[in-house]
Write a protein that binds this ligand. Sequence first.
Ligand code: FBP
Length: 552
Amino acid sequence: MTISPLQKARYEYEPKLPGMLRKGVANIAVKEGEPTQSVADQEAIKALFPNTYGKNEITFVEGESTAKPEKQVVGVILSGGQAPGGHNVISGLYDALKAANPENVLLGFKGGPSGLIEDDFVEFDDAFINEYRNTGGFDIIGSGRTKLETEEQFNIVADVAKKHGMNAIVIIGGDDSNTNAAVLAEYMAAHNTGVQVIGAPKTIDGDLKNDDIEASFGFDTATKTYAELIGNIERDANSAKKYWHFIKVMGRSASHVALEAALQTQPNICLISEEVAAKKMSLSEIADYIADSVEKRAANGDNFGVAIIPEGVVEFVPEFSALIAEINELLAGSKADDFNALPTWKDKYEFIKNGLTKESFEVFDILPENIQQQLFLERDPHGNVQVSLIESEKLFSALVANKLKERKEKGTYTGKFNPLHHFFGYEGRCAFPSNFDADYCYSLGYNAALLIQNGFTGYLSKIANLSKPAAEWVAGGMPITKMMNIERRHGEDKPVIKKALVELEGAPFKFFEANRDKWAEETCFLYPGAIQYYGPEEVCDLTTRTLALEQE
Ligand code: FBP
């Protein structure tokens, strides 16, 4: 196989473990902390998790190990969207298992949770693992979005585990996958299967975090990749001085990615969905807010700029959510066939006009026609509008163009507005993990093996103190039930890990808020450049600004 020089060099990189995990597995002991409570709805969660609720948080410390000496067979899956560092979680897990006992076995189930159900697996060995160390992607075993949540699925997983003599399963995933890990752990304990379940916190979206889990892996690398690209665009904009760039960045729901990219690049505009929702901003208000920046900059002779738009923002605009709900209702069941049978867009438009309330139709009517059509054409298997497919970067630039036209007519604006559009998401999800993610992920995997060897189940692998050098990181585990609350999902009350949205009182947002007016008018662009893997520590081992500000 031909590989790139960087890939070859990265095979040789030795990820840094927390100091306490460097003693050798025989010299790592468990320090039990306090019993835990779920973040909310304690009685309900306790009742749903009678075998795994309320366990102690734990930390690993130097000391004689009391871990199980017997042979271990562990299964691992990657679940959900790709995030840089997944290969290192697996290599850390593999190395710790082999260090404890060379007879230990690690099985990788392919294609995500469905691999466990279909018993589609590979057994790792040194040669296999060595080809994936410190590389991006999830291609080592693939990933998938099948949900492991029904009793029937759990029965199958228990049978598969029994067949292979497995004593543990590691689920590398986001909030949904780790919620399911907790439910699976409870099932395995309730049925005395002897199978432990451990989770590892993954997602570039950065929304699986809380008081215990300081960051989900992949966020560091993905945001640095987007920030590099945005910085390059800023420099191009500042060179040519003729375009406004509207850049949508991934993050299905929370705006952590957009905020981090903004902190790294200081664009003129960055929308934060959580703020849009808190202030109940309308599409028109958002467009005015961006147009104000365009107008002020134009008055200074700067007919260029950069605006970052979080992927999920439209769902946070209350009037837009109401419109979507009405459209879903309007096309429910057989009504969709009536709509589809209409011959022209004009007929369809009339149907929509007659079906929506006056308020929602007004919102619909200010949308550019291509977005209006997208709302009706791209539907999910349940017939619902696929909001994630809406090209919000184009939506906002079109709305801003309308505002500027009005302002031109009034004579308040005399500039030029040439928008260009970009979407950065997939570009960052499989990048070579930054040193931070390479180290963090390897530590998460290594630590997961220790949690297994020490008999824990229903825990998330936890590495803390992440803004400090790796030697000072703290390794341990946190019961997943501690992170749960009850939420309404698809018409049912469900125990789920609470998703972390951007906190408007948190230090990262506060820093952005304190600076954004200046950034909106002046050109304060920052050019972070490409992720550096070799060179000075202050460049190569830099954490995200979000983490640094949160832990300042
Ligand atoms: P996870 O939550 O599974 O980590 O995935 C997040 C994400 O990358 C979002 O940012 C994005 O909206 C979505 O996945 C895209 O999903 P897909 O890979 O199915 O297109």
